[in-house]
Write a protein of this length. Sequence first.
Lengths: 175, 290
Amino acid sequence: MGVVDLTSMAEEQSTLRNEINERLLKLKSEISDYCFQCAKCTSGCEAHKLLELEPHKIVALLKRGLIDEMVNSDVIWTCMSCFKCRERCPQKVAPVEILFALKNMAVASGKQIPGKYTSMLQSILSIGLIQDVQSVSNRDNKTKKRDNLGLPKVSKPLDAVKFQTAITKLAVEKI
Amino acid sequence: MTKYALYPGCVMPTEQYAYEISIRDALPLLNIALVDVEGFSCCGEPMKSMNQLMTLYLSARNLALAEKQNLDLFVPCPMCHLSLSECQRALENNPEMRDRINSMLASEDLQYKGSIDVVHTINLLHDHIGIEEIKKHVKKSLSGLKVATHYGCHLIRPSEVGRPVDSENPQKMETILKVLGAEPLDYPEKLDCCGAMLSANLPESALTKTGQKLQKVQDQGFDVFVDVCPWCHRMFDSKQVKAGETVAVKLEIPVMYLTQLLGLALGVKKEKLGLELNLSPVDKLKLGDK
Ligand code: SF4
Ligand code: SF4
């Protein structure tokens, strides 16, 4: 099964969507009492100045139940997972975790997946790693590979079929 | 010799060879033996934005493979280290999830038990080997070297998951560098992110984050910028020229893995340690020439 099937099977992914929705509702009920919109998360957010991400607003929108609006917005994909918002929130609210759940929902809903995420998943499915062994250049512009640098073979799943079956199952249904 | 199983992850063994080479060259001098294990896959962390259950499953799978070796797991990548640590915590606190994951792992004859520790380069050196022990093995002091350190977000946060270093004032790398004779100095941008996680979908913005941090480091007159993460190093070293272009600055700051500096201080020849692979101008440090 290819990645395209995996990520666009809107119907079969309903269980997965339900699961993510439960997660979002849990985050909603857990944070609604605690976040007092101090915006400390946004003041330290690595994506704030450069990409205008405002994690405190993500929390506010979740409080109001505007989940679909956020799932459809590009802004959720500007988070760079620095975890500063989670670390520094005085109320132990974790905007970054809300953002992960929203992005998961966007993917499970068959939305277009940005950038290289699809090819990374494809690579995991076929060889177990996000990319295969690369040739690199040294400072003298000579090409080098693992084997001519004296490094052993890369560790990868031994039974590709069994590995792939498990991952494919995960991508389409609740475990 | 103390044995650890090595979990290489994806980025280090497929392109960041200098980290792996310097680890394999330097650690045996501190009586660490690394055991290669077959069958590992991605830790799952890069898939967290797509499917968090997949992240959890992949981490549990790798931990289960390592548990078969009955050895603690040395994990040089902070992203992998966070993913594996978070998985341990999640499956510890949620027996139901643990059973579900285990029923899936059974198809590969694996079972997650939660019986081993995961260790990153920093706590391996600082806490497991120990500063006193490292001191005994230093052959060439790195004296006079002004170092800016970069830990990487995933290594220091979220502290709730249990990280190897302090989240707001990490100092273990500084302590290690001091015992090697170097002079690490704090700077205002020390905790700033490299931006690597945006490389997948917003590569220009990722490079801008890298360029902004390196520009500040260069302006403050550091000799070398030291990191311990293959994702961060790919940004700061491998892509330094491009990162400079995004902020319209010519960046010429030597960037090295901590394990490369460690190796030099332990007396490993400078032809080793993968030093030819750093694309930043490390030659200007005249390291190992003394
Ligand atoms: S999430 Fe935390 S830091 Fe952000 S506004 Fe709410 S309480 Fe403040
Ligand atoms: S994890 Fe994302 S939302 Fe939170 S501070 Fe970092 S970039 Fe901002």
